[in-house]
Design a protein around this ligand. Structure first.
Ligand code: BES
Ligand code: ZN
Ligand code: ZN
Length: 470
């Protein structure tokens, strides 16, 4: 999809945003939030899209309405569209940017396995005076990152293997000289002592990988943020096999890793003056004769030993080694990890927000703010000594499943396990199990299936408002 900017609409299909109660009046259309109405006049089509009352209108409302409107345009099989961006001058509101975000994000479809896989929308013209062409281009680069993440999460587990994730990382690094890519093979994972990542991946025909993308955009700054993603390319549960009803979507258990790669893709394109390290712990948690055993003890990269009480609690294991390896070899000033880590977070928060756990209030607050700004919301969850104590082992230093009663605080316990590996580094953990995959219908800018959650959140957090957007 090619996106341009102009002062006058030229295409015969136009998306027009209307505030509730504004003129001109349109018959049988009130302009209520996300109300859509298509009107034809000779060769011209207008897709009216309601925003609700002007005084209540926010970026979130505009972004969401734009997502709904562009899907309508796609349903109508239009190849060219003009989008008349709403004018809304209020402090803190960036309506034009939000409209373009909604248009770009809402236009996504995963058509790889459809016989008829032609995408209908080829050109979008944004009609506005409130946004520069460079801002629109930056938004399009963010969209590219989100789309990569969605594509990786939607595709087959037999296609998106640990090796494939490594290849994607190499492709991203090839685009930018400030980016370097290091891949640890299964042999190197073993030799260097990443015993937890090795254990989780050992039953699989597709061997594990540790993937590191280092972006140095600011030599003068001592600050480096590491973003670390859980990359379980399929989570069968291991020998503690998942039952029907739980296993079917487990190709998406690499959504954290996909968000890291999507973010790094956009960083490679935007070239901001910051330092970021993207780390992916990639493995297939298979159910096989070579799989790791419940009851066994494995030694992590940090030296801490872990009792395996359940092979389905594998995400924390691979992340622990990735975090330790990153701290020891790259010394980041802060770490943000993203993981489809627990079913418990889906019960607590559904798909309204990701769980946020942190050992640093200021990092947590900034992340939550970034989430509100881009509508990838976070909700802070408790993390205390009770949770850390529940993860202490009997024969080993730690256990991979908490001692708390069944169904008690599973997400906090998992976060406490990770915290045992972050030492004194500022750290936040985002449990994205409920938000990475939308099993309801499309809504606003969020499509059905993979959502790409995390890319815009991390970019908003890392770049703030420093990349030339209005
Ligand atoms: N990948 C799952 C968590 C998950 C659940 C992701 C639902 C997406 C949707 C994770 O590896 C897992 O199985 N966790 C277990 C941990 C338990 C065995 C301690 C869980 O949450 O049940
Ligand atoms: Zn699992
Ligand atoms: Zn998992």
């Amino acid at each position: 999809m090619k996106i341009t900017i102009s002062e006058q609409a030229q295409y015969s299909t136009q998306i027009v945003f209307i505030f509730e109660g504004s003129k001109p009046s349109i018959v049988d259309f009130e302009g209520k939030k996300e109300e859509i109405s298509v009107r034809y006049n000779n060769e011209n089509t207008k897709i009216y899209c309601g925003l609700g009352p002007k005084k209540n209108c926010t970026d979130e409302i505009v972004r969401s309405a734009a997502g709904v409107a562009i899907r309508k345009g796609a349903d109508l099989k239009r190849s060219e569209l003009s989008v008349i961006v709403p004018v809304l001058k209020r402090k803190g509101v960036r309506a034009a940017q939000a409209a373009v975000e909604g248009i770009l994000l809402g236009s996504y479809t995963f058509t790889k396995y459809k016989s008829d896989n032609k995408t209908s929308i080829k050109k979008v013209e944004v009609v506005t005076k409130d946004l520069s062409l460079s801002a629109v281009k930056a938004l399009a680069k963010i969209k590219e990152g989100v789309f990569l993440t969605r594509d990786l999460v939607n595709d087959n587990a037999s296609v998106i293997t640990p090796q494939k994730l490594a290849e994607e990382a190499k492709k991203i690094a090839a685009k930018n000289k400030q980016l370097s890519c290091t891949i640890l093979s299964e042999k190197e994972i073993d030799k260097k002592g990443l015993g937890l990542l090795k254990a989780v991946g050992q039953g699989a025909p597709y061997p594990p990988r540790l993937i590191i993308l280092q972006y140095k955009g600011n030599a003068k700054s001592k600050e480096t943020t590491a973003i670390v993603g859980k990359g379980i390319t399929f989570d069968s549960g291991g020998l503690n096999l998942k039952p029907s009803g739980y296993i079917e979507t487990m190709r998406t258990d690499m959504a954290g890793a996909a968000a890291v790669l999507g973010t790094m893709k956009t960083i490679a394109a935007l070239k901001p003056s910051i330092n970021v390290i993207g780390v992916v712990a990639a493995a297939y948690n298979a159910n096989d004769g070579d799989s790791y055993f419940p009851g066994d003890i494995y030694t992590s990269y940090s030296g801490k030993t872990v009792e395996i009480h359940n092979t389905d609690a594998e995400g924390r294991l691979v992340l622990a080694d990735a975090i330790s390896y990153c701290i020891k070899n790259y010394k980041p000033t802060e770490i943000v990890d993203l993981a489809t880590l627990t079913g418990a977070i889906v019960i607590a928060l559904g798909d309204m927000a990701a769980g946020l756990f942190s050992n640093n209030d200021s990092v947590a607050e900034k992340l939550a703010k970034a989430g509100d700004a881009c509508n990838e919301k976070l909700w802070r969850m408790p993390l205390s000594e009770v949770h850390s104590d529940s993860m202490k082992g009997e024969l080993a230093d730690l256990r991979n499943m908490s001692k708390l009663p069944k169904r008690h605080a599973g997400s906090s316990a998992a976060a406490a396990f990770l915290m045992a590996f972050v030492e004194d580094t500022s750290w936040a953990h985002l449990d994205i199990a409920g938000v990475a995959f939308n099993d309801r219908e499309s809504r606003g800018e969020t499509p059905k299936f993979a959502t790409g959650f995390g890319v815009r959140l991390l970019l908003t957090y890392l770049l703030g408002k420093s990349f030339g957007l209005a």
